[in-house]
Design a protein around this ligand. Structure first.
Ligand SMILES: [Mg+2]
Length: 356
């Protein structure tokens, strides 16, 4: 079962993120109980040695991984040394990058200080939020007008009209955003909208007996969140989701952090959205751009790959454990992301060279 295999890794991820479940804490309790029964009086020592060894082994593994994916904070000066003459473009995933991972996806709020850091960066650089969520939901969390918003894993892009000079495609539509500003909306998977609605209704109906389940309509994909579902239901849930997905050959399943998603099978993802924004909206195909992409999810790997293939920019993964990734650099958690954004702002403010 995909759910079970993937989840071991995820538990560790989440425990270190400190948001969900502390697997290590459980292990410590077990060790402690065993020691208490057989080695009375020594249990504290054993516990501290076991835990210390485990922690230092994890730290060693993380440090070894960081040799290959160095901290973007430590390498900041080096990264920016070649950026002075170029156009920096900033791409930010939302969940787990700007906000902590939380039990209830509707409460994944970003802090005011993070919002301020993003806003400051956007004063100097085109800044895009790239998320798997619905575009309007991401906007509700971030609430900054000056940004580009990419929702539904790249299938729903909104850009300020003034920046879309090269835009010309049958998928483009002019629209008015929530604040009355003229924008351009690009939706390459528009034809799937009715099917997604249908699947959403069906999933809600089929899984309504499963406690803690949350089905989210992300407009161009349906997300099944099982973060709050007891493990005993995971097998049944997976079967139900797979069964429904199988009825729609033009869609497919993907898996993220405690979430399964049903998505249109079109060649479009966060990586394609990144290319679209860079190339079509006029940021660059002249080699002058330096895209910085920061994300923590498997779906962000598509964007990391694009940067690798283009041979430009900085793919940065947010992770507090070693992870297989195409990213070149790393940041440990959202607080380090905030530090990086603050450095970026201060670097630009003190620099006399304008990106334009
Ligand atoms: Mg994420």
């Amino acid at each position: 079962m995909g759910l079970h295999c993937n989840d071991k890794e995820q538990l560790v991820t989440e425990s270190i993120a400190g948001e969900i479940y502390d697997q290590n804490a459980d292990q410590m309790v077990i060790t402690n109980t065993e020691n208490s029964s057989s080695n009375e009086g020594q249990s504290d020592d054993h516990l501290s040695i076991d835990t210390t060894d485990k922690n230092s082994a994890e730290e060693d593994a993380y440090n070894e991984w960081k040799m290959r994916h160095p901290s973007a904070l430590n390498k900041f000066d080096k990264m920016m040394s070649i950026a002075k003459e170029k156009k920096l473009v900033v791409f930010l995933d939302y969940d787990g990058t700007l906000s902590p991972i939380v039990d209830d996806p509707d409460r994944a709020f970003m802090s005011d200080s993070m919002r301020s850091a993003v806003s400051k960066v956007a004063q100097y650089f085109p800044t895009c939020i790239v998320s798997g969520r619905r575009r309007d939901k991401v906007y509700d969390f971030v609430r900054l007008n000056e940004l580009y918003y990419v929702g539904s894993h790249g299938m729903d892009i909104m850009a300020p009209l003034k920046c879309s000079k090269n835009a010309s495609s049958s998928f483009h539509e002019k629209a008015i955003d929530e604040n009355g500003n003229e924008v351009v909306v690009f939706q390459p998977a528009q034809e799937f909208l009715p099917i997604i609605e249908e699947i959403f209704d069906e999933l809600e109906e089929q899984t309504k007996e499963i406690p803690g389940i949350m089905i989210e309509n992300n407009k161009f994909c349906v997300s099944v969140h099982f973060r709050r579902v007891d493990e005993e239901y995971w097998g049944v849930l997976e079967e139900q989701v797979v069964e429904i997905a199988n009825k729609y050959p033009s869609l497919h399943l993907t898996r993220g952090r405690k979430v399964i998603e049903i998505r249109p099978s079109i060649k479009w993802d966060k990586g394609r959205a990144l290319e679209y924004l860079l190339d079509t909206l006029g940021f660059a195909n002249d080699g002058d751009a330096i895209p910085v992409y920061i994300g923590d999810d498997r779906t962000d790997e598509d964007a990391f790959k694009v940067l690798r293939n283009r041979g430009e920019g900085y793919p940065i993964i947010v992770s507090s454990i070693p992870k297989d990734t195409k990213a070149s650099y790393s940041l440990r958690d959202p607080s380090e992301v905030m530090s990086f954004l603050s450095l970026l702002f201060k670097w630009k403010r003190s620099s006399s060279v304008d990106w334009e």
